[in-house]
Design a protein around this ligand. Structure first.
Ligand SMILES: Nc1ncnc2c1ncn2[C@@H]1O[C@H](COP(=O)(O)OP(=O)(O)OP(=O)(O)O)[C@@H](O)[C@H]1O
Length: 264
């Protein structure tokens, strides 16, 4: 049983005019087996939260804490965060020309486990995972993300997640750019990791469609660097129908709902 706990997290970025606060006090707890969907308007800070947890140097943590099973995540390097069991599926996966997918995956697995996987088992595991994600085996010899389509890049993120077996995965708009079939296979990959490894999931999305495949236990509405409201899956449907207007700052006519989250 693992717990990722974010408490009163404040994060700034450096701009031409000095530091700008993006996250303004985020509280969120993700436990093994739970799926938390984060929805919110463009620019509200969802990716900032994802990158801050993963350790991107652009984001300065000005106060607050992030712990994984009690260990101080913010004191860890990026590689140590991955070794501790955190995984980020990026919104815009980067291309790494000159490094093949198979090399990348094996190097990452070795770094995370502290020892190289046995070659015969590893090759079998990679093949099986690629098959489940409907990725042609020729991808293994291609350079990481180089020339991949948007959807192929997202499948490659989930392939990493399946093989590296994290405790908590942050999926930053993994559904964006996926066709209908890809959305299904990617969602199946996430659900498999939940079933087999008791994965905790922080799922950042703009669309309710993926939530039909990956059922959220909690939905959080993210506005202006904070969780403005939280609830169960019904909150996603409400957002789809009504939009974010009532949660936006400046609208005092209807305060943000603060319904209790459903239990997992
Ligand atoms: N260097 C910077 N200078 C000024 N503002 C910045 C800088 N870097 C990030 N921001 C701002 O931080 C805010 C949060 O961005 P972030 O990408 O976290 O939002 P998001 O909720 O993930 O948006 P989207 O849904 O569009 O992906 C945005 O308004 C963005 O413009």
């Amino acid at each position: 049983m693992s717990t990722l706990e974010i408490k009163d997290l404040h994060v700034s970025v450096e701009t031409e005019n000095g530091p700008k606060e993006i996250l303004k006090g985020v509280d969120l707890t993700v436990r093994s087996g739970e799926t938390h969907a984060i929805m919110g308007p463009n620019g509200s800070g969802k990716s900032t939260l994802a990158y801050s947890i993963a350790g991107h140097p652009k984001y300065q943590i000005t106060s607050g804490t992030v712990t994984l099973d009690g260990a101080d995540v913010l004191a860890m390097g990026v590689d140590e965060r991955a070794q501790a069991g955190l995984f980020l599926a990026m919104q815009y996966p980067v291309e790494v020309p000159g490094v093949s997918v198979s090399n990348f995956l094996r190097t990452a697995k070795t770094a995370i486990d502290g020892e190289a996987p046995k070659l015969r088992h590893w090759v079998k595991d990679v093949k099986a995972a690629m098959g489940r994600l409907k990725m042609d085996s020729t991808f293994a010899e291609r350079d990481v993300n180089a020339g991949f389509s948007g959807g192929e890049k997202k499948r490659h993120e989930i392939l990493q997640m399946e093989l590296l077996k994290p405790k908590v995965a942050i999926l930053d708009e993994t559904d964006s750019g996926l066709d209908i079939d890809a959305l299904r296979v990617v969602s199946e990959g996430v659900n498999r990791a939940k079933d087999e490894n008791d994965l905790g999931v922080l799922l950042i999305t703009h669309y309710t469609r993926i939530l039909q495949y990956i059922k959220p236990d909690f939905v959080h509405v993210f506005v202006d660097g904070r969780v403005a409201a939280q609830g169960g899956p019904e909150l996603a449907d409400q957002l789809e129908a009504e939009g974010y207007d009532k949660y936006l700052p400046g609208d005092v006519s209807e305060p943000a709902a603060q319904s209790e989250p459903v239990t997992a």
